[in-house]
Design a protein around this ligand. Structure first.
Ligand code: SF4
Ligand code: SF4
Length: 506
């Protein structure tokens, strides 16, 4: 059995938060039966929404492609069970806090009939580029919540000198425990996925990082690692502190390398993947099952029996909560995700999607209290894991000073919420920063669009000028050769030159 190692870098700031995880980890993962209806949003990943390839009335099988990626960035979506497409329409989704977005709706037939599996017998016999293409087809995205398409992330890493794969099993946000139970119950899939990812990336070191408050998960991983006898994979135990599971923070903790401002972990030779993503890669490559289900924590004071469920993507939250014993009388507020970074939703009709790591039912609607002026205490800066100056950023968000916000590193803010939590003046700093980042990105998009339009306009003018000069030259040539033919031919040429409609390109 391989013991976890502790040689770690340091995390700046952060907070020790009450975990609230015991209730949902007391029982094993519960399987939610296939519901009567599945709702599949076409936008479940970073990038353009997928485009439906099925129509109303089509019969589909479990694992069949129902929407394909549109453009370079995206991920396919597969039917989570067999049935008939009954609608492609707008439905409430968690990504938009319960507002509607386009979804493919399947009426399930209860047979759960699967499309013929296509597992790879020996993935090691495939070239790494072919293995990457295979991963692209599985609809796999980052299951830690970021939902970045996994294949594109791997392709980007292959263009850099990536040295380490880091499996993120840290799960530092309170209440969320889906990765913890997954590591306990499916350690072979997690570590099998790590081996596949290493082959796809052609790298030889993988660190599996787990927080120190998950001894059961660490023991299960260590046992399977002993059986695998793969010295390339090393377990790393990291301190229980929020947000040690942030990508850049984890790279710092595990490798003592600092991701540069505005950069990516690959800039310092690292690629971070969530443990659930690794298991999903193993399910697809070794068993031929695309990403059609996931483990989600259903918890909080508002549910009767907090638990982790494995549910098909497209199952409504209402249905999943039913399998956690239903609501208690205290249920008041629904959050998808954890209390620090989750999204409040207005309805439990929203479906579970690839990003849904947690459904948190709170007995109270979160309220920070009345906002007071900043007293410049500096507490927010002390806890910021990115070493920003939130009080200064707050000042510049109020002044809408984009230049200063960029200069003070707003775009590096990971929206962890630590500054909010400690602010004695109850200033909603994170919400302000999220909005300001959105505005800056919109402005940058607008600038890029204007620049593209300017280039198109200049190219068009160049083309018109070039064509005019060519026509002038051609007419002059004709005039010269017509001199020999006499005055009538010259008059005809001059007439053509004066007529704007005659061959004028515009
Ligand atoms: S914690 Fe709040 S009051 Fe203190 S400096 Fe930061 S923004 Fe100001
Ligand atoms: S939300 Fe942003 S500014 Fe606030 S502590 Fe987290 S990273 Fe720092």
């Amino acid at each position: 059995m391989s013991a976890p190692t502790y040689d770690l870098g340091k995390l700046h700031g952060g907070l020790r938060l009450p975990a609230h995880k015991n209730a949902s980890t007391a029982e094993p993962i519960k399987n939610v039966p296939v519901p009567a209806q599945l709702i599949l949003p076409i936008e479940q990943h970073v990038g353009e929404p997928a485009q439906p390839v099925v129509g109303i009335g089509d019969r589909v099988l479990k694992g069949q492609l129902v929407a394909e990626p549109d453009g370079e960035m995206g991920a396919p979506i597969h039917a989570s069970s067999s049935g008939t497409i009954v609608a492609i329409e707008r439905w409430p989704v968690s990504r938009r806090h319960g507002d509607k977005a386009p979804c493919i709706i399947i009426e399930c037939d209860g047979k759960d009939e699967a499309i013929a599996d296509a597992p790879i017998e020996d993935y090691r016999s495939l070239a790494s580029a072919d293995l990457l293409l295979r991963i692209l087809d599985g609809g796999i995205v980052g299951l830690g919540g970021a939902v970045f398409p996994t294949a594109q992330k791997l392709m980007q890493a292959r263009t850099c000198e990536t040295e380490f794969l880091i499996l993120n099993g840290v799960e530092c946000e309170p209440y969320i425990s889906c990765d913890d139970v997954l590591m306990r119950e499916r350690a072979p899939a997690v570590l099998g996925g790590a081996q596949i990812l290493m082959h796809a990336l052609n790298i030889n070191t993988c660190y599996v990082a787990v927080e120190s408050d998950k001894p059961e998960a660490i023991a299960c991983l260590a046992e399977v690692l002993g059986e695998l006898d793969d010295p390339r994979i090393v377990l790393k135990q990291v301190p229980t502190i929020y947000p040690s599971g942030g990508e850049d923070q984890l790279v710092q903790l595990v490798t003592n390398r600092e991701v540069p401002s505005g950069g990516l972990p690959t800039d310092v030779g690292c690629l971070v993947q969530n443990v659930g993503t690794a298991a999903a890669v193993a399910d697809w490559v070794l068993r031929g099952e695309p990403l059609i289900s996931r483990v989600t924590t259903i918890t909080g004071d508002g549910v009767a029996e907090p638990v982790n469920v494995r549910a098909r993507i497209g199952t409504t939250i209402e249905e999943a909560i039913h399998y956690a014993g239903g609501y208690t009388d205290r249920a008041k507020h629904l959050v998808i995700g954890g209390p620090m970074t989750g999204k409040s939703v207005t309805t439990d009709e929203v479906p579970l999607v690839k990003a849904s790591n947690c459904v948190l039912v709170l007995a109270e609607t979160p309220s920070a209290g009345d906002e007071l002026p900043c007293i410049r205490c500096g507490d927010c800066a002390a806890v910021c894991p990115v070493q920003l100056l939130p009080q200064q950023l707050f000042w510049y968000t109020c002044a809408d000073d984009e230049k200063k916000l960029r200069e003070f590193g707003l775009l590096d803010c990971i929206e962890c919420g630590c500054c909010d939590l400690v602010c004695p003046s109850h200033i909603p700093l994170t919400a302000d920063f999220r909005m300001a980042k959105g505005r800056i990105r919109e402005l940058a998009d607008e600038k890029a669009r204007a620049e593209r339009a300017r280039k198109r306009f200049e190219a068009r003018n160049d083309r018109i000028e070039r064509e005019l000069l060519e026509r002038e030259a051609e007419l002059d040539r004709q005039k010269e050769s017509a001199k020999a033919a006499g005055p009538a031919a010259i008059a005809e040429i001059l007439k053509r030159k004066q007529k704007p409609g005659n061959g004028d390109p515009e």
